[in-house]
Write a protein that binds this ligand. Structure first.
Ligand code: FE2
Ligand code: FE2
Length: 306
């Protein structure tokens, strides 16, 4: 049997699973729950305590998992649930979408269903201006590419919403760009911890190709909008032509790109510093503030420190 991994955090307590759950134990998949069963809060807490972040489901039951996810997402708009619970669900949804992005891109149908889940996160953030703090707590420190992608998406959604500079479609596209923008790093031999300032000169040429290669990987796909491609292309441009690949001036970029580039640089800074967002914000501004727009930095600050 083939298995696919899903984030443990996307499993809701006391809700019928609709799919069989397996855990990986000493290289074997062991059946843990069947589709008609559910998890209660203490058992999910035990997973959390043991840092079991992923569980496995049979590949042929993936569609059931996606419908389960869609159902769970309805909770995002339920005002009787606490903002922090819903923020956690929103962040886990973005993480799950980041994990499965390469599969999602294989068909328009899969892409549209992922896009509609992202849109529900967007709607949640539009309706809950203080959601970001809970999302960042749930995100933790970005440790891998997909965690970085989802954290950038939530930062951009928060600043894009709070600034009122971006509408729902623009927010959704920016969140998709968040999941994709650094997707070529691995292929080129880098990761989210790579920093241009301490890469050897020869390797810098390769590093600078990562936005263009990320675009190439999705450019033929009709369902990816030109806006997503532009945001990815320009995501390393900052200051007065200090970035790459085109050395564009930050202030001449479109506002969605300005917001994106600021949030992306901030999460890379936080990864480098090994500190939570709110604990390294001032250091970030001291080191990189001049490369971005002060008003946007202030909005980001209010969101991160809320
Ligand atoms: Fe990048
Ligand atoms: Fe990035």
């Amino acid at each position: 049997m083939e298995f696919v991994s899903v984030r443990t955090a996307t499993i809701r307590p006391d809700t019928e699973l609709m799919f069989d759950v397996y855990v990986l134990f000493q290289d074997s998949y062991l059946k843990y729950r069947s589709a008609t069963q559910s998890f209660n809060t203490p058992s999910l807490d035990r997973f959390k305590a043991k840092k079991v972040k992923k569980i496995y489901i049979p590949q042929e039951q993936e569609t059931q998992y996606l419908s389960y996810l869609d159902k769970a997402l309805e909770q995002l708009q339920k005002k009787d649930l606490s903002v922090s619970n819903r923020a956690e669900l929103a962040q886990d949804t973005l993480k799950q979408e980041a994990d499965s992005i390469s599969k999602t891109l294989e068909s328009e149908e899969a892409y549209r269903s992922s896009e509609s889940r992202i849109q529900q996160v967007v709607d949640f953030m539009i309706s809950e201006p203080k959601a970001l703090a809970g999302m960042l707590t749930s995100a933790g420190l970005s440790v891998d590419d997909s965690a970085h992608g989802s954290t950038v998406s939530s930062l951009v959604l928060a600043v894009g919403t709070a600034s009122k500079y971006m509408n729902r479609d623009e927010l959704t596209d920016a969140a998709v760009a968040g999941l994709l923008h650094d997707s070529a790093l691995k292929k080129l031999g880098f990761d989210v911890k790579s920093d241009i300032t301490n890469i050897s000169k020869e390797k810098r040429i390769d590093f600078k190709k990562h936005p263009a290669i990320a675009v190439e990987q999705v450019a033929g796909k009709q369902f990816i909008t030109p806006r997503v491609l532009r945001i990815i292309t320009d995501h390393e441009e900052y200051g007065e032509g200090l970035g790459f690949p085109e050395k564009k001036w930050f202030e001449k970029l479109q506002v969605d790109s300005q917001i994106f580039n600021l949030c992306d640089a901030f999460d890379h800074f936080s990864i480098q510093a090994g500190k939570a967002s709110k604990d390294c914000f001032d250091d970030f501004v001291a080191a990189r503030g001049e490369h971005f727009d002060m008003d946007l930095i202030q909005i980001l600050e209010q969101q991160v420190k809320a």
